[in-house]
Structure formats: C-alpha cells, structure tokens
Design a protein around this ligand. Sequence first.
Ligand SMILES: [Ca+2]
Ligand SMILES: [Ca+2]
Length: 272
Amino acid sequence: MLKRDHGDRFLNEFLEFIQKPVPMISSKPAELERQIRPSGGNRTAREFSKKSNKAMRTITRTIFSVLLSALLLQVGLSASAQRLSVPAIEAQPGEQTELVVSLEEATAMTALQLTLHLPEGVAAESGSIATGVATTGHTLKVEELTNGDLLVFLYSMDLSPFADGELLRIPVAIGSEATGGRGSLYNVRMSTPDAVSHRLDRVEYTVTVAAAIKGDVNMDGHVDVGDIMAIINVMAGQPGQLNVTAADVNMDGQTDVGDIMAVINIMAGGGK
Ligand SMILES: [Ca+2]
Ligand SMILES: [Ca+2]
C-alpha cells in the first residue's frame, strides 16, 4: 500500500503511450512506402507513396474511431463486470504448487496491472511467472517491490483484448515452516484499448498448508515402503515431484540411511 504510486507506474506509462495513436497509425504506411520504394525510387513513386500514405492514414483513422466507439459502447454497458479470481491453494510444507489468476466476464480489456501479496512462508520467483490461455501475445512485466510484493503488468502493444480464463500462472514454493494464510491481489487496474482504465476489487485467496505426515515422503497419505523408495530417489539426486524437506525424516539436516531407518521405525510403530 505504501508503494501505491510506484505500483501505478507501468499502467500509467502504458496509458500515456496508447493515447498517442500516431506511431501506430504511421507504422503501416511506412511499411508500404518501403515496399513501393525499395532503393530510393523516383519522384513518381515518392508521390504515389505520399498519396497512399495519406489515404492509408484516413482509412486507419476511420477504422480506429469506429473500433473505439464500439469499445466505448461495450465498456459503457458492462464496465464493472470483469473480475479476477484465484482459487484457494492446499499444499504441504516444502511443496511446489501454482497460483492461477483468471479473468471472468472480460470486457475488451487489453492491459492488466496488479500487485501480488503472498502469505508468510510462501514465495514466488518473478522470472517463472507465465501467461495463461486468456492472453493473446500479451507481454508480461514483473517487478519485486521493496515490501516483497510483486508488481505484475500484462499488456498488448497490438491492443489485443484478453479472453475469459487463465491470465497468469504463478509457480509458488511453500516453505518448510509455512503455516498458510491469506494472500491478495491488490491495486488491480485494467485498461481498454482506448485507454479507459478501471479499478477492480481486491481479490483475496487462502493458502492452506496441511501438516505433512511424518515419513510420508511421496505425499500419498501413508507411510510405507514407497516412502523408502522415495528417500532412495532423493539420495540418488532424483527427487522428481517429491517433498525433499519431508525426506529428512529424522530432521538432522540431511537425507541418508538414517531416514530410511526412521521410516522403518514409523512403520513398525503403526504409522506414528
Ligand atoms: Ca507415502
Ligand atoms: Ca535425515
């Protein structure tokens, strides 16, 4: 909350940029000019190119304003319909899981900015955040704020709209000491292609961290020979999807034959 102004920066820059339509309108005529006049050209070609540039600009402008009117109408009808959702997470300590941010009832939005707050003991690596199926060539920008929250900005230079569905997939690591709690997406703003920005409701989600069963290294809910195999895999440096923290059953800081003995003891004691 303290970094509110900083948090608005990306979207504000984007809004400023898309409100200057000149570079976008002139990009195609420039390409056309290059095609007509590949190596300098003559006077006639230049004049033709000038004329077609002008015609192209007029056409583009007309299309652009028709498009804008259509968008404005749509936005006016259901400006506050779109919302973000994040399903609750249930995980065990030491587990790697994913936080999924989805968009519902999208109304021609091309940019999204939000700040992600994770519960204590839950961490996300900014570089591993991926875009979901509801994006179409959108660019992702992530920055870690001084309070540890992540500023996430998703935008399209082609002004393509988002579809309904998954916008972001955020891999998160549940710390070995994590007890779960509430996380949130706050300072959520979206923008239409014509730079109308909307503030969306804050989204809260819960992370429930189930206490792992001691000795249940492969996390199937039982302590049995499968967990001994799992420890051997961890010892062999092939942890796969295993809970590496849980593999240190006797909690002496390393995974070795002592942990296999510990699992045998747990099995002999009736799973306690
Ligand atoms: Ca098990
Ligand atoms: Ca150990």
